[in-house]
Design a protein around this ligand. Sequence first.
Ligand code: NAD
Length: 404
Amino acid sequence: MQYLKSFLLLLTFNVEYYLLHYKYLINNKLYIVIISALKSNDSKDNRSPIHLDTIGALLSLEAKIMFEKNIGDGIYTTNEQFKKAGLEESERNECLQNSDLIISNQPLKEEELNLLKPGSTLLGMVDPFNNQSMLNFCSERKINVVSMEFIPRITRAQKMDVLSSQANLAGYVAVIESAKYLSSALPMMMTAAGTLKPARVFVIGVGVAGLQAIATAKRLGARVEAFDTRDVVEEQVNSLGAKFVKIDLGVTGQTDQGYAKELTPEQIQKQKDLQSEVCAKSDIVITTAQLFGKDAPKLIDSQTIKKMQSGSVIFDMAVESGGNVEGSQIDEIVIDNGVKIIGFSNLASFVSNHASLALSNNFNNWICDFYDQDKKNISFDFDDEIIKSSVLVYDGDIKNERFK
Ligand code: NAD
């Protein structure tokens, strides 16, 4: 009898401990993991990290999915719609305090990170180059951090590549916005009232954003030229029907991840001098040149701007990482010598519905690929190239050498 009593006592204790620490009883359903999606804490960011069209992937994990109230405001999706899809509405603090996995478009502040449970994981666009202190704090508090900016550029990871999915839309937005501020139409028009010449668009930097900018400007009927220091893109430019501007800068090249290598000051000067003639005859110049983890190269200076026609437009897509254009300002249109220099930021947010759909798919793909259904948790296998690259903090350690 005494044995039986002790056994039952032990059993009750174990079950309670288990429920308290590993499982959650909600509406009589037993959940093992709580995943929460947070509303963007930047009022200019209309995107949502979850989207009704992609939420099925998360729901299939049999986890409890919570969302911060009003998360869908920027994509015209109501709390009711998310609830109807099977998600639970919560206040921000409740999401932070109770979740095993937090999904966020933006980095979180220390006071919010303080609310997270040790052992929980923050996954999202955490802007690590500008948030070293956040990484240190998370490592002290044993909060794991997955930076979606660090998804490696390998075929298997393309479905998780947030930089590409958002840059693609940004390239489209840059052309549409530039067209809005140009006082001419983009396509050629032969009318009884005269022939209107097509606008000339020059794209500097032909990565993901640049390629989409070329494709969009071509679809609108513009005459498009483009330049990149990586000469491997010449073929891609030609295949879109645009003309590649040849500027010989000597040895340039790219990293094993496909990013451009930094030019010497002499090479930059040569590039500026030679491309200024193309800028002078262009109606729209779109600059997208970036260097991963570094300031963007300054490629258009006031001397080039002086040569340009009054009324023409320069769209500086690199404005958030220092800018390619002298005088460009974040979220402003600066007018210099009659040239409109546009510096709008977070361009993907201009098409927030599509941006959220793509972003949520990127996040879901990471989660689903590394979610272990048996253990009901993320499997952090550091032999996997994607985990190794994207997990910056794990179990109290800063894993990525750049941020140690
Ligand atoms: P990015 O945003 O870092 O830079 C934009 C472009 O600016 C790049 O093409 C770069 O070469 C160019 N640039 C840099 N300095 C310049 C200068 N001084 N003048 C002119 N151009 C300059 O690049 P990104 O869009 O992220 O993509 C870089 C490459 O990686 C592309 O070729 C892209 O197709 C490739 N990529 C591969 C994968 C994959 O394999 N999974 C995924 C995404 C991108």
